[in-house]
Design a protein around this ligand. Structure first.
Ligand SMILES: NC(=O)c1ccc[n+]([C@@H]2O[C@H](COP(=O)([O-])OP(=O)(O)OC[C@H]3O[C@@H](n4cnc5c(N)ncnc54)[C@H](O)[C@@H]3O)[C@@H](O)[C@H]2O)c1
Length: 437
């Protein structure tokens, strides 16, 4: 067994800063406050409700995760953020229409007190968004410095002890890693030269990491998934993770696909379509923002089903993903999947999934878990890409020489084993041979 990692205690308050105070961010903030007041339960949150088995099955040790590792308490969380609209978290939540009026009324004062700071924004990266609550700067470097000042000011004003940043902003246009992203030095020069390959989300990431603040990326944007930020994360001892919260349809995909592969059931095609009517859906109407999302959603099946290893079963599958902006639905998305599978002797079968989900209700607990685990990671001295948090993402970040792990069940095992490893507990392999000696 390895020695436990030294983990600093979560003393004082933990500040949570979200660039983007839209549906996901405000549903998360409102939810934490409702839970703190005993008005609702934190369903969907592993850090609040999950347990972890320790030792042999005969030992019957399964504490709550939050009793096993020292996580910040919900009572110690303090919120802030940025947005291109000046609406308070209350106005934004009312506009998003996720929470019922009864719930909203209970947290009106609390949310009304959370006012966004001016955004670092450029409409060429999110075309379907027009806001005026925006910083002015002479170049991108200056803009990033202003974000650093905002962070320092927030820390002073709220007297928080530590901060975590979670990107809950819109999906930006599709960007590929380029020369300017290849080192911290080139990135800084690129910011000064207003390089178009540096998107606003990267400015927040740079500001966070160089301020020693962990950064989790909830959108599919490149943001922290570039060598320049990896380098800075190592230098400043900061954990980073992303990309793109794994919520509705992709969550279902990464639950079902591992099952097909486990039973060697073949797949001819998987057609996924969505209708949604929130602001996220509106942003994704722009083909360049959709491209970023599409790349993130499409990778999943390839990696889980491994067509190169199983050409007979998965070598000819067609995978399509569509997102349609349909305002009457609001945040209550409908995700349809038509799955064409085949079994023994090649006989075809079909599965239809119609998931009537609530996007932000699924995403909010992920934000909570991520900020608590990222704060833990930082106090445990972990830095750079936190692959153990792949569980939460559609396009998990991993070391450049690896492929990402998408299977939800492997991801969960990895997450829990990381917690056991941190605390010096034995890892669980499920071998179980010792019970039959
Ligand atoms: N809800 C889900 O299930 C889910 C799942 C995976 C990923 N996501 C991603 O999470 C993000 C947030 O989703 P949402 O439903 O809350 O969207 P939303 O449109 O309600 O909120 C995003 C907010 O970000 C703001 N914004 C955009 N660019 C900004 C910038 N540069 N600085 C500051 N603010 C900025 C927008 O004004 C908006 O208020 C999106 O990128 C979405 O794709 C959501």
């Amino acid at each position: 067994m390895h020695r436990p990692t030294k983990i600093l205690a979560p003393k004082g308050k933990l500040g949570i800063l979200t660039p983007g105070m839209g549906a996901v961010s405000t549903t998360f903030m409102a939810g934490v406050e409702l839970v703190r007041r005993g008005e609702a339960r934190p369903v969907g949150s592993l850090t609040q409700l999950g347990t972890i088995r320790l030792g042999k099955r005969t030992e019957m040790r399964s504490p709550l995760i939050r009793d096993f590792v020292p996580l910040a308490k919900l009572d110690d969380l303090v919120f802030g953020g940025w947005d291109v609209f000046p609406d308070t978290a209350y106005e934004s939540a009312a506009n998003a229409g996720v929470l019922e009026p009864g719930h909203l009324a209970k947290v009106k004062r609390f949310l009304g007190g959370i006012k966004p700071m001016k955004a670092a924004f450029d409409q060429s990266y999110v075309r379907n968004l027009k806001g005026k609550h925006i910083k002015k700067a002479k170049n991108k470097y200056d803009m990033a410095l202003q974000i650093k000042e905002d962070i320092a000011e927030f820390k002073k004003k709220t007297r928080v002890d530590r901060i975590v940043m979670a990107w809950c902003g819109s999906t930006e246009i599709f960007l590929k890693p380029q020369e300017v992203h290849s080192s911290a030095e080139k990135f800084e020069a690129g910011m000064r030269a207003n390089d178009p390959a540096i998107a606003p989300s990267m400015l927040y990431a740079w500001a966070a990491v160089t301020s020693g603040i962990p950064f989790a990326n909830g959108a599919p944007n490149l943001t922290v998934d570039i060598p320049a930020i990896w380098e800075l994360a190592a230098e400043h001892g900061v954990p980073i993770c992303g990309k793109d919260f794994k919520t509705g349809q992709t969550l279902m995909k990464t639950i079902l696909a591992p099952g097909f592969k486990a039973r060697q059931i073949g797949l001819n095609g998987w057609f996924s379509t969505n209708i949604l009517g929130n602001r996220d859906g509106e942003v994704l109407e722009d083909p360049d923002s959709f491209k970023t999302k599409e790349e993130s959603k499409l990778g999943v099946l390839e990696y889980i089903l491994q067509p190169k290893l199983y050409p007979e079963l998965y070598g000819h599958m067609h995978h399509k993903v569509r997102i349609n902006y349909y305002p009457p639905r609001g945040d209550n998305k409908e995700g349809w999947d038509n799955i064409d599978i085949f079994g023994w002797l090649g006989y075809p079968m079909q599965i239809k999934v119609d998931f009537l989900c609530r996007d932000s209700i699924l995403a909010a607990p992920l934000v909570l878990d991520l900020v608590l685990f990222m704060d833990l990671a930082k106090r445990a001295g972990l830095k750079g890409i936190q692959e153990w948090l792949s569980f939460y993402f559609k396009s998990p970040m991993c070391a450049p020489e690896l492929y990402p792990e998408h299977d939800l069940f492997i991801q969960l095992m990895k997450l829990k084993n990381t917690l056991r490893w941190m605390k010096g507990e034995g890892l669980i392999t499920h071998l179980g041979e010792e019970y039959y000696d």
